[in-house]
Design a protein. Structure first.
Length: 235
């Protein structure tokens, strides 16, 4: 009898632990950065491109057919739509972009979601993958295991997860106070944006712990687009 009561107590304790853990996780993932996009700017931006959503994937395409594609993993706890302005600008440069929606807004739970992208756009024959912050780290991790399908990796405020055999570009702001600068120095092909910070690749306001940018959000995104375009053009 005592043994049965002991097992029952253990089960109750485990159940309480699971409920508390689930509740804490729900609270943690519910608190994320929302997108802040001006509706008039958005409408103007989409005049030169096409946007369609298929499941967890938003495809931003140039008006002209493109054989180059860029898979983008959003930063941790950031609404993925905050990166639409950046990717719209890339699409205007002739690059088809695929914005991936992550479970709980955390790319660590969707590292392999790029697997589905190739089926959505069979006409694209040159693929790049990248992302911002945690999204960049997870994109790098994915690329290490799928380098045969990719032509390069683009990291924004992030560092490589290992040694890549394919080209990598690491873009970061001089005022970024979120990224680990020591680990950043181990990433190849680093490009610093003078005055840029950690958050300004996306439109989601200021980020806790970040440095104060001395350039505008639009300027940081413009420079990033130029660097990414040049990186892809040179491959």
């Amino acid at each position: 009898m005592k043994k049965r009561k002991g097992i029952k107590h253990i089960l109750i304790i485990l159940l309480v632990f699971l409920l508390v853990s689930f509740g804490a996780f729900f609270v943690y993932t519910s608190d994320y950065y929302r997108a802040e996009i001006n509706e008039s700017d958005y409408q103007q931006a989409i005049e030169d491109i096409t946007i369609r959503t298929q499941g967890d994937y938003t495809i931003i395409s140039p008006k002209e057919d493109s054989e180059v594609g860029f898979i983008f993993y959003p930063g941790g706890k950031v609404d993925e739509t905050a990166y639409l302005p950046l990717l719209q600008s890339l699409a205007k440069e002739g690059i088809t972009c695929v914005l991936v929606k992550m479970p709980f807004h955390l790319a660590v739970f969707g590292v392999n979601k790029a697997d589905e992208v190739y089926k959505l756009l069979p006409e694209v024959n040159q693929w790049y993958i990248g992302g911002h912050s945690l999204g960049g780290a997870m994109a790098s991790s994915y690329a290490l295991k799928h380098e045969e399908a990719l032509s390069g990796v683009v990291l924004l405020g992030a560092y490589a997860s290992g040694e890549h055999k394919i080209p990598v570009i690491t873009i970061y702001g001089s005022k970024d106070e979120v990224v680990n600068k020591e680990k950043l120095l181990t990433s190849p092909n680093r490009k610093e944006i003078e005055g840029g910070n950690h958050a300004y690749y996306g439109n989601y306001g200021e980020q806790k712990g970040d440095g104060d940018a001395t350039i505008t959000r639009d300027e940081q995104q413009r420079i990033s687009v130029s660097l990414i375009k040049d990186f892809i053009s040179n491959q």
